[in-house]
Design a protein around this ligand. Structure first.
Ligand code: ADP
Ligand code: MG
Length: 317
């Protein structure tokens, strides 16, 4: 199977939302008049983001899901994506499930594959997603104000639990492993919540590197600080194994969660609840934005908890 055969068989689909898809030198996208394009890229590298023996179907799902998560954080509606793929070999037994997982996720969110690049090399997947959002409606990292509530969607820390199990650092029972592995391998981007939060959230980010790190980006861009209630944050991992001593560390800095962290004014609590309901996504209020810079952790009694948690950084010394 040659390069163009491979593209035709596994990555060429009719497009309805683009004026031109796979097969020419460029694809042509047609944003609705007056809408802004939201664009984001994420790369997945073997050995860095996934194990060499990862299931190709879930890898296809996850490669697009982590990109869609950025559109969710922005409150953008998915339109299309491109796929740049380096493959060690044109292996049908790998390409078929990979493309199925990828295109199923694409269908779920109405996001069409419109182009890409294919080359031989160590397995590497780079996706660029395109979404649309009305001017002034995008959720940014920079809008948090002192006094705003801080919210998180879903649960945190379970993907990290699965990772630690696979690395042999701890042992999960079968039921817990199944649940956590699904979180690690097949995250579901919070597109519906992101869309529902437009006009309500003052800032948002998706949680890929860990809650504290990604909230830290909001604080930096907004020029604010924050205080988190560790008791409330602890509740974000309701089914933690009893043997786990570091529940809070996995919640605060586990990574690979693909949930949203966002802020909204206390006057918007009913609207946030409504957005959560409408989008079928649980949200929890876990802290408050402060005028004073820095991130403080307090327990249920209000006592300061030392912040020794670090989020993931590819180039941390
Ligand atoms: P060019 O040589 O102009 O860069 P290519 O020959 O690499 O174009 O690709 C041919 C067509 O196939 C283009 O439309 C390109 O967008 C598309 N394409 C290449 N690789 C992929 C892929 N992995 N997924 C989807 N489309 C792809
Ligand atoms: Mg090319």
């Amino acid at each position: 199977m040659g390069e163009f055969d491979l593209i035709k068989r596994f990555f060429t689909r009719p497009t309805t939302r683009a004026a031109l898809g796979v097969g020419d030198d460029c694809a042509l996208l047609v944003p609705q008049p007056g809408m802004q394009l939201a664009i984001s890229s994420d790369m997945l590298v073997e050995g860095r983001h996934f194990f060499p023996d990862v299931n190709p179907r879930t890898l296809g799902h996850k490669a697009l899901a982590v990109n869609l998560s950025d559109l969710a954080a922005c409150g953008a509606r998915p339109l299309a994506f491109t796929l740049a793929l380096a493959l060690p070999a044109a292996d049908e037994a790998w390409l078929a499930p990979f493309s199925q997982g990828l295109l199923a996720m694409a269908d779920t969110h109405g996001c069409e594959l419109i182009g890409g690049d294919t080359t031989r090399g160590p397995l590497n997947i780079c996706i660029t997603v395109f979404g649309e959002v009305a001017p002034g409606q995008a959720l940014l990292r920079s809008g948090a104000c002192a006094g705003d509530d801080i919210y998180v969607s879903g649960n945190l820390g379970e993907a990290r639990l699965a990772l630690e199990h696979r690395l042999g650092h701890l042992r999960l029972d079968d039921a817990t492993l199944t649940r956590c592995a699904a979180r690690m391998d097949s995250p579901n981007p919070r597109i519906a919540l992101g869309l529902a939060l437009r006009g309500i959230a003052t800032s948002a980010a998706d949680i890929s590197d860990g809650l504290l790190g990604d909230l830290g980006h909001i604080l930096e861009r907004s020029g604010t600080g924050a205080t988190l209630n560790t008791a409330l944050a602890g509740e974000l991992m309701p089914n933690a194994p009893a043997s786990l001593v570091s529940t809070l560390s996995f919640v605060l800095s586990g990574g690979d969660d693909y949930e949203l962290v966002f802020t909204a004014s206390p006057g918007s609590r009913a609207a946030v609840e409504d957005a959560a309901q409408k989008s079928g996504t649980a949200v929890a209020r876990i802290g408050v934005i402060d005028a004073a810079p820095g991130l403080r952790l307090r327990d249920a009694g209000g006592a300061l908890v030392p912040n020794t948690y670090t989020s993931f950084d590819h180039f941390a010394p």
